[in-house]
Design a protein around this ligand. Structure first.
Ligand code: GLN
Ligand code: ZN
Length: 759
């Protein structure tokens, strides 16, 4: 790119593919339910792509990415492009194969889904074994390239790069079943895969592509020498075929940067939002002035307007390194909503500071025009500051620890039978409940009726749990639309968008709240529900809050101060809520942190600092309680081996942790971590009591008494039984009562059996 005389080449690395009005969701869901056949689905997809091209074409970019549409997930698209489809997913038609891999069907479980780097987007994890045979399937890439060429656009096909594809894959179960999982890593297939990429690139070149974008975000994480060597050899083979523009986009390339440049890539995209150090690194490397280097100054991860003055200064620096400078987004715009113009209810002082995907394209092109007016970002209005919050935080002790150590306070907390049973918080969100909430929001149901309806539900949930014989009850969370939005709507400093949808996975979109100003609580947020539930039973009812890290992770967060400072403000608001719950007689308070792992920095270098602020925020939220009050936490959506030290630093009395899919692996991790801290004589903090999930709630299957008994036996063998709780992997809101009742009954029975064995 930038072969013209134009000083700066404008482009974008990727674009939202859900449609401005979530057309993708409607089309694929209609297809799944049989209301839209394959041809109609294809037509709907083509219409979305056409709208994407309209946006990209009208923004005045110098080149545009193609192939960035996806029916479900771009990692799965790449698996299709190299034909790395597991035999169990192959069906008669391509569409059926694709969705069998994405969602599973009666005959096959789907691919595993996991978070895309430190975002809330989930990708499908390809399964690769030594037996996998790759084949080039360039049809999708060719079709989408042709669609752009028909409009005479300067189009650049985009593919996930070969190294990232393999680094994001996992060894197939066949390999694991042979007990050979540690002996094979997908990256070992790099030579075979590179041969197939040669064919894919060749097909695109023959169709007229000059530049091809290969996304290599996995190179923004720590990589081994062997992995870097694999990158080097792959790119040496690919660079002769087409001009390659390599992107990372979730942090600095770091040590991958010289590797890519040495292997001859003709273009590179720097993420100057989260990987600024790459710019300085580039200045000290011996870079050919012919290399196209784009400055990713427009944040693809967040919704704030770009500081165009600062961005222009970065571009100046780039001019000194290369004759072919470019300007772009920091990564694909996949993570931001499509159009700010849809937001008519937001305050103008906020609108002025925001840019969604369409607005970001305009920012990019404006940076190529030296005469365009450039403004610094305005500082926040004074009323966005809350001095009370700030001075209260300044007065908190540095460590924010609980005043009484675990050993002492545990003896004071509610007495329970051994292996106490509990659930994670939510009970099924029935269609009826969702309708009541929607009616209430639209003004079709008055507050009093809505509250009565929700209280009925709480009473029903309490009755269910009493009948099942569960030891620690929950109110069921019927009043919560979403565990973050529910709090965001009640705290100051947050705004909710009308249509700010972003893809979470497949057809699932979320509407993250915008955290733009200082955060404060204006009154109790949950006390009414928990107290009401407690009034109906003699068993203890847990209070239920969402933790500060998770609230940040699932919102668009202000970037004018460190995340740590914002986390502290959210934590202080939660601390007040915790105090109110305690004062109302709640003896057990759970603060969920399912996103604790998600925000962990990609590179080890950042781990300690993250652990320090993330866990301090949790302790700010929870350490104000009396020693008699038990603090619980809950974690899910990932493997927690890597953040066990952080979990320990939360200093929660009880942590319930998703564990059933990983077959209770967490227990071995825990054991290792404890030996380690034991050596250091760290007696104060630790993962005290633990509830490893025994029921995989992501599946509609009812787990048997036998399998949960087996899991519990593993748990009591690995950890002192006095520390073990019995609970599902996560909340039950996506399940139906037909599954929940028998599953919980089996869980209670399993606990009873293992209690008997302990006695
Ligand atoms: N308390 C929440 C629930 O049960 C926790 C959800 C989560 O961990 N994602 O729904
Ligand atoms: Zn969970």
């Amino acid at each position: 790119m930038n072969d013209s005389k134009k000083p700066v080449h404008a482009t974008v690395l990727g674009y939202p593919r859900i449609g401005a009005n979530r057309e993708l969701k409607r089309a694929v869901e209609a297809h799944w339910s049989g209301r839209l056949d394959t041809a109609e689905l294809d037509a709907a997809a083509a219409a979305i792509r056409s709208e994407m091209l309209d946006d990209l074409a009208s923004a005045g970019l110098d080149s545009i990415p193609t192939g960035v549409f996806s029916l479900y997930d771009h990692v799965l698209d790449t698996a299709v492009a190299v034909d790395a489809i597991a035999p169990r997913h192959r069906r008669e038609t391509e569409t059926a194969t694709y969705f069998a891999a994405a969602r599973g069907d009666a005959d096959a479980v789907p691919l595993e889904m996991t978070k895309w780097f430190d975002t809330n987007y989930h990708y499908l994890v390809p399964e690769i074994g030594p037996e996998t045979v790759f084949r080039a399937r360039p049809e999708k890439a060719l079709t989408e390239f042709a669609e752009a060429r028909e409009r005479n656009l300067n189009a650049r096909p985009v593919l996930l790069g070969p190294a990232s594809f393999l680094l994001l894959s996992k060894a197939s179960d066949e390999v694991a079943a042979e007990g050979d999982a540690n002996g094979f890593a997908p990256i070992e297939k790099i030579d075979e895969l590179t041969a197939v990429y040669e064919a894919l690139l060749t097909a695109l070149v023959e169709a007229g592509a000059e530049w091809i974008q290969l996304d290599e975000p996995a190179l923004c994480a720590d990589r081994t020498e062997a992995e870097l060597e694999a990158v080097r050899s792959a790119y040496r083979r690919l660079t002769p075929i087409a001009k390659l523009f390599v992107t990372g986009g979730y942090g600095p390339f770091g040590e991958s940067l010289p590797v890519l440049l040495e292997s001859g890539v003709q273009g590179i995209a720097l993420d100057l939002v989260r990987g600024r150090e790459d710019l300085a690194a580039l200045e000290s490397l011996d870079v050919s002035r012919e290399t196209f280097i784009s400055a990713g100054v427009v944040d693809g991860r967040n919704i704030w307007r770009t500081d165009l003055l600062a961005a222009a200064a970065d571009l100046e620096r780039l001019h000194r390194v290369t004759d072919r400078p470019g300007v772009s987004s920091s990564c694909s715009l996949l993570h931001v909503p499509v159009d700010l113009d849809a937001e008519t209810e937001l305050p103008s002082s906020l609108i002025e500071r925001l840019a969604f995907a369409r607005q970001k394209l305009r920012e990019i092109t404006s940076l190529t025009d030296a005469d365009a007016p450039r403004h610094q970002r305005p500082t926040a209005p004074g009323e966005w500051r809350d001095e009370t919050v700030r001075s209260r935080l300044a007065a908190l002790p540095e460590d924010a620890d609980r005043r009484v150590d675990y050993a002492e306070r545990a003896a004071l907390q509610v007495g329970l039978p051994p292996l106490p049973t509990t659930t994670i918080g939510s009970f099924p969100q029935t269609a009826e409940l969702r309708k009541a909430r929607a009616d209430h929001r639209r003004g079709l149901m008055i507050d009093a009726d809505y509250h009565a309806r929700m209280k009925n539900e709480v009473a029903a949930v309490i009755a269910e749990q009493e009948k099942l014989g569960i030891d620690v009850l929950v109110h069921g969370e019927p009043e919560r639309n979403d565990m973050v939005q529910y709090f965001a709507e009640q705290l100051t400093g947050f705004a909710t968008t009308a249509a700010g949808w972003v893809q979470s996975y497949g057809s699932r979109c979320v509407r993250p709240p915008i955290l733009y100003a200082d955060v404060a609580r204006t009154g109790p947020m949950t006390v009414e529900w928990t107290s009401y539930a407690q009034s109906l039973t003699d068993k203890p009812v847990k209070g239920m809050l969402t933790g500060p890290v998770t609230i940040l992770a699932w919102s668009f967060v202000r970037d004018d101060q460190p995340l740590a400072d914002t986390a502290d403000q959210v934590a202080l608001a939660l601390r007040d809520e915790v105090a109110d719950l305690e004062a109302a007689g709640t003896g057990i308070i759970q603060v969920d942190e399912p996103a604790l792992r998600e925000l962990l920095p990609l590179r080890r270098e950042g781990h300690d600092a993250y652990r320090a602020w993330a866990t301090r925020a949790f302790r700010i939220a929870t350490s104000g309680v009396r020693p008699e009050t038990a603090v619980h936490t809950h974690l899910c959506y990932s493997e927690f081996g890597e953040v066990l030290d952080a979990i320990a630093d939360l200093d929660a009395d009880v942590a319930s942790i998703e564990a059933s899919r990983s077959k209770m692996e967490i227990l071995a991790d825990l054991d290792r971590a404890e030996r380690r801290t034991g050596d250091e004589g760290n007696a104060v903090r630790g993962v005290h009591q633990v509830g490893p999930g025994v029921w995989d709630i992501h599946s509609p299957r009812v787990p048997s008494v036998e399998e949960m008994t087996a899991s519990l036996r593993l748990a009591v063998a690995a950890v002192d039984p006095k520390r073990i709780w019995v609970n599902p992997d996560c909340g039950l809101k996506t399940r139906r009562y037909e599954e929940v009742r028998p599953s919980l009954a089996n869980m209670v029975e399993a606990a009873r059996i293992v209690r008997g064995e302990l006695a």
